[in-house]
Design a protein around this ligand. Sequence first.
Ligand SMILES: Cc1ncc(COP(=O)(O)O)c(C=O)c1O
Length: 375
Amino acid sequence: MIEKTRARVEHPAPIAPEYVRSIARYVPGKPVEELAREYDLDPAAIIKLASNENPRGPSPKALAAIATAAAELTRYPDGNAFALKAALAAKFAIAPEAIVLGNGSNDVLELVTHAFLRPGDDAVYAQHAFAVYPLATQARGATGIEVPAKSFAHDLDAMLAAITARTRIIFVANPNNPTGTWHRPDVIKAFIGAVPRNVLVVLDEAYNEYLNPSDEAQATRWIADYPHLIVSRSFSKAYGLAALRVGYGVMDPVVADMLNRVRQPFNVNALAQAAAIAALSDVGYVAESRRLNGEGVKQIEAGLQTLGVTALPTHGNFLLINVGDGARVYEALLRQGVIVRPVSNYGLPQWLRVTVGLPAENERFLAALAVALSN
Ligand SMILES: Cc1ncc(COP(=O)(O)O)c(C=O)c1O
């Protein structure tokens, strides 16, 4: 008895490896309910422009599909997501075997690291790139090589130069979150062509649907020529389905097979599968979301100009804004019931990221920002 007690005191709990203990936790946008509790605010009066969701919500077709699918929750979903893969395969004129579905595209990013990274390997990504790349790399005990950005954007030449014999994955977000920076399709294609074939290029296109169609890379067509390419996409952004958690990767079937081996058998739930199929079919809804986003970007940019505040040109549904002291202005906005995203964890303490909302939300943000900056 005494022995047992002593053992518990000396070893209070099993210890995770150092590379897990030193992971800096992902900090999501503050939930509305949490802010309401903390500041004693009416949740209905709070606006959240912090997680790059579509302010219009999902297509009505997706909502109808969810309602239908909700009538049958007893059975496990189709673990191979036959119908959703068929819809994606038809859209991109590729084989269903070239598609891996994820519980959000975040899951796809993690599956790549799970299947391809070991302790001692490297993954390359850019400074100010999406936070999940370093997290997923470190969780495998691999080493992240962060390549300094150039004018806030990925420096693709420097990223190529950073590849070593230990490099297994190179992450490129196009457009990137939180900077909104973007590279032209020809530049991206040349980059992929220059990466050695034993290094996987993860081209993260979570915001692809917000690009002008003429700017889209159509990178899913490149997998036949580039078996080291993985294109990841999300239903969380323009499709408005963030809460359901569904995304996908398009890649050589040999690579897809590896990801499927480490994937949870039922990683995409039935409601998400049904909603994603319906959302894909509603191309008009996505086009209107893109149009509205373009208007919102202009609205916010004009308001910022009046306030004498600069933002980076954006290719996504969010803007990175230089407010001088991100932490102070973030708090001042919270007190007014406006949630945006601080980005000091991205090495950008002077900046805040704001998601483009509906016109009234954008107006409310600009008014709150004016107050926050004048205090
Ligand atoms: C660049 C980028 N990639 C991937 C994701 C992951 O999105 P999800 O897992 O919701 O598909 C995000 C989400 O913010 C993102 O900004």
